[in-house]
Design a protein around this ligand. Sequence first.
Ligand code: FIX
Ligand code: ZN
Length: 423
Amino acid sequence: MSHSVLSFDQIRTAVAEELQAAQFIDIHTHLYKASLGPIGLWGIDELITYHYLEAELFRFSDITPGQYFQLSKLAKADLIWKTLFIENTPISEATRGVIAVLNAFGLPTSGDLTEARAFFASRNLADHTREVFRLAGISEAVMTNDPLDPDEAPAWERGTETDPLFRPVLRLDRILNKWDQHWHILRAKGYDVHADGSGRTMAEVRRFLESWTDLISPVYMAVSLPDTFVYPEPSLRVRFLRESVLPICLARSIPMSLMIGVRYLVNPELKLAGDGVGKADLRAVERMCLDFPENRFFISLLSRENQHELCVYARKFANLMPFGCWWFLNNPSVVEEMTRERLEMLGTSFIPQHSDARVLEQVIYKWKNTRRTLTPILASTYQNLREDGRGVTREDIRRDINRLFRANFENFILPKAHVCPHE
Ligand code: FIX
Ligand code: ZN
């Protein structure tokens, strides 16, 4: 295969083509494999009632959240469509995303939702999912699986089919952040746990997590944490992390994903759309990486103000893998800043993006946007390299894109002994 050096002007086209051709791994989503039952969201009415769009609706419409949440799903979607897509121009990231999905299926992007509803109603979910992944250019999506979710857990306990398009994750928010509301569920399942963490609580939570690790084989464990997260501190959350969670992650060679910086329900009336953002104290990440040098940590932070210091910490700790432009950061203007500083400080040793998709078809626009935003960033980076004296080939670009969007994740979730030395 020719390894010819690209000209300055050929680089951008080569980057665009290689990004388009590459199949990405979407390392954090809220999508579900079909055998978990009807908890997975898909179709036009779910796309339009995405909580990002609900937040935007209340800025344009006089309807109150209380009135809105009384409406049926179809009525909510009709109101959002009329308000954000007809009476106003859909130029925000989330509204434009719905347009991109409709366009990807050749559906009208104006008028009413009749044709779109008929289209999605006609789709077979398994075939539709494969088509959506093809359009998005992803080979698999990593789920968010909650062992204490009453809508999800029973399906896992009854037994589910493995689906190569979806990878499981054990999500721990109900244990680590809401123990007071959930300890009794573990007790009812026969685990000798207590509200105050006394007695055999830590060992029993470890036993519960070990049983779920055996049941679902998660590729990592995960938790979202508030901007106020502190480590170390004399809290139950930190005790669970130190005595239950991280020891299992180490024993099973499973990374821990910490997603830090949420200010939960700053406006409770907005429900899922009510969360805000706060700058976190990353000395917590520093100490965890130091205290648990054999553990591996995926880290995603919600505050733009935390991003540069996260790059610095990633240069200090090889067991720290920065990933994604999370939630309020997943907008081209911020993605550009974050990706440029990561490339400048980390080379290709990070994971640029995840979709966080909650509705199946969102992966189409979220990954289209990622390719569109990253093309000029990667191209200018390679052009600088060329000008500084090292030619760039298409094979370089292909290898780097594979590392950014596949190999960094695949290697990080593999037991340490299995990492291929040349990767
Ligand atoms: O904690 C999380 O996984 C967050 O991504 C979600 O809670 C959040 O609502 C979301 O979907 C952001 O994109
Ligand atoms: Zn998420």
